[in-house]
Design a protein around this ligand. Structure first.
Ligand code: ZN
Length: 99
């Protein structure tokens, strides 16, 4: 990853981050979160843009590659191990616990 992700929009669906040609929608950041959750947010943000996580997560296409060719962009999923602290379910549960 070269450069830093930039927060470009905050909306009802969450925070939209961009780095180069890549975009990523994250949950709305809450400055009142614990340092641990803020750290996990940053870790998930970096993982989303690098496509790598210490759990060994792998990047998978969310739609057939033919659609990517047709639209000029591809949606990818970063699939974490179930017990990863920034997996969808674990991360979401931690946010809900602090909301
Ligand atoms: Zn992970």
């Amino acid at each position: 990853m070269s450069g830093q992700p930039e927060l470009v929009q905050q909306g009802p669906l969450g925070d939209l981050w961009k780095l180069g040609d890549a975009a990523c929608l994250m949950p709305r950041f809450n400055p009142d979160w614990s340092p641990m959750l803020k750290s996990l947010y940053q870790r998930r943000l970096v993982a989303n843009f690098t496509g790598r996580c210490s759990c060994g997560a792998s990047v998978e296409l969310a739609a057939p590659i033919a659609k990517a060719h047709a639209t000029g962009h591809a949606n990818v999923l970063l699939v974490h191990e179930n017990d990863c602290l920034i997996s969808d379910d674990v991360f979401r549960a931690r946010i809900e616990a602090e909301s």
